[in-house]
Design a protein around this ligand. Structure first.
Ligand code: FAD
Ligand code: ZN
Length: 473
């Protein structure tokens, strides 16, 4: 071990205690990303237990000339939360900062530490009869800090907005190791630049989030789900319009799934329900309201009856119990897992105006099929938000790793050119991380990129915080 490394480890140990600095053994859980696409090597994994300890770690990094990568649940999908391969970066795990500090029912807000797992925060709110309306398939592992650092979306954005919209305040440790206490529960505060919004979505490149105050809403009396089978994406957009008109703010989720994505779930998770088999496209609708379950189901039945009459849908089913609803959501949320079982794939997380989605899918499906014989398209996503996970899987029986290595650039060019043509974004909710840092330079305005670089230099002048992620130097 070099003298510099020995000194760095000693300083880190004095900041958080020797037990919480892991420098040996199998650190794969921290060094390998969820998709198994990126594997780095950390100088050490450091696990502070308080905001003061996070600040101490940042000061050690500044003094020792070390860079660091913050990490929450390590469920990010763009390679932003694992160290690079140099063996010189500190992997700063926030997992031990996991307390719920306060629930203020009258102010409809909760303050939680960054490492609190999303599901644990949801449960703490539910215990007070309140709902933390952020929900995603990774909620059993992802953390509030990671959700805010990536400005996560999920399945209820349609009604409640993304993580940014649900955040009232932050506590952040700066690159210099200072603590900014911005944990306000205020819904209005126009006292200058919005620092909170600067840190949200910054993917660990501007500061380390240590706690957040999140919006709560009263727990709805009933949450019900329904499924509809459709022939085309065009019909799905028409159904969305109708559902908005008939259900108003009661519509909380509107998820689209193509047949191949459901076939993958059936293949890899045969124990799950196989609803409306054979549909070219399936939509999962969710409704939350303050009346009873019977009323909600009746509203669904009336909406779906009308859609059937108009020829928008072929078949439909309304869940009759909570267990059935959960089964339907489990099918939807198993798509990313089923895809991972099937092999590495080329992921896209795109946003488009909802009105442009049918034409985008028609044109882009056709372009990819013409270029790659037997290509398999896993199209699904949050149609209600104009957000598709338009993923591309190797032809059946092909070598998935090789397909990714050889075809990713070509596939991305086809997909992202189309996204740009239709006025969309190449990252709707997963962020930029390592995966899209070169691509955003090509596809965002030069003025925007220059302003982002200036902000990075102002907040992290020595480039210590997750360097080379989001922005290349
Ligand atoms: P990590 O993966 O640990 O980190 C993600 C990024 O945030 C990294 O750049 C990291 O450096 C940074 N970071 C983490 N914690 C902090 C902190 N405290 N301070 C500063 N920076 C920090 N995303 C969606 O938006 N919608 C979905 O529907 C969705 N579904 C998913 C389903 C599955 C099965 C999986 C595996 C992922 C899904 N994701 C989804 C990806 C999503 O980004 C994450 O699940 C989540 O928001 C990341 O939280 P995390 O704690 O795991 O963060
Ligand atoms: Zn998603």
């Amino acid at each position: 071990m070099t003298i510099a490394k020995t000194a760095a480890l000693a300083a880190l140990r004095s900041a958080v205690g020797a037990d919480q600095v892991l420098a040996e053994g199998d650190l794969a859980a921290y060094e390998q990303d969820w998709r198994r696409r990126w594997r780095g090597k950390a100088l050490a994994v450091v696990r502070p237990g308080s905001t003061a300890e996070v600040a101490a770690v940042l000061r050690v990094c500044a003094a020792q000339g070390l860079s660091l990568v913050p990490q929450g649940g390590n469920t990010g999908l763009v390679g932003g939360g694992v160290p690079d391969g140099s063996g010189t970066q500190v992997l700063l795990s926030l997992q031990r900062l996991n307390r719920v500090r306060r629930i203020d029912a009258a102010n409809l807000a909760m303050t939680v530490e960054a490492g609190c797992v999303l599901q644990a925060a949801q449960e703490a709110a539910a215990a007070q009869g309140l709902l933390l309306p952020l929900s995603l398939a990774a909620e059993g592992s992802c953390t509030i800090g990671g959700n805010l650092a990536t400005n996560a979306g999920g399945t209820q954005v349609l009604r409640y907005g993304n993580a940014r919209a649900l955040c009232l305040g932050l506590e952040v440790v700066t690159a210099a190791g200072e603590v900014w206490d911005g944990l306000s529960g205020l819904r209005k505060d126009n006292t200058g630049y919005d620092l909170r919004d600067l840190f949200i979505g910054s993917e660990g490149t501007l500061g380390v989030i240590t706690a957040a105050t999140m919006v709560l809403v009263p727990q709805p009396a009933a949450i019900t789900t329904a499924l509809a089978a459709l022939a085309s994406v065009r019909d799905a957009v028409a159904l969305l319009e109708l559902a908005r008109a008939r259900l108003g703010a009661g519509l909380t989720g509107f998820e689209l799934m193509n047949r191949f994505s459901l076939d993958l779930v059936a293949r890899h998770f045969p124990q799950l329900p196989a609803p409306l088999p054979g549909a070219a496209w399936t939509v999962l609708l969710e409704q939350s309201d303050n009346e009873g379950e019977a009323q909600a189901r009746a509203r669904f039945e009336s909406l779906l009856g009308e859609a059937l009459e108009r020829g928008l849908i072929g078949d439909a089913a309304v869940a009759e119990s909570l267990a059935q609803s959960q089964g339907l959501w489990q099918v939807r949320e198993s798509i990313p897992l089923a895809q991972a079982e099937e092999g590495l794939n080329i992921k896209h997380d795109i946003a488009l105006p909802v009105s442009a989605i049918p034409e985008f899918v028609e044109q882009t499906d056709a372009a990819l099929q013409a270029r790659i014989d037997g290509v398999r398209l896993v199209d699904f996503g949050h149609l209600g938000d104009g957000n598709l996970h338009y993923n591309v899987q190797a032809p059946a029986g092909g070598d998935a790793r090789r397909f990714l290595a050889e075809r990713e650039h070509e596939v991305n060019t086809i997909v992202y050119d189309a996204v740009q043509r239709f006025g969309g974004s190449i990252s709707a909710e997963h962020g930029v991380g390592e995966l899209k840092r070169e691509e955003i330079v090509e596809r965002k305005s030069a003025v925007a990129i220059a302003l982002m670089r200036q902000i990075k230099r102002a907040l992290d002048p020595d480039n210590r915080l997750n360097p080379n992620r989001v922005l290349t130097r």
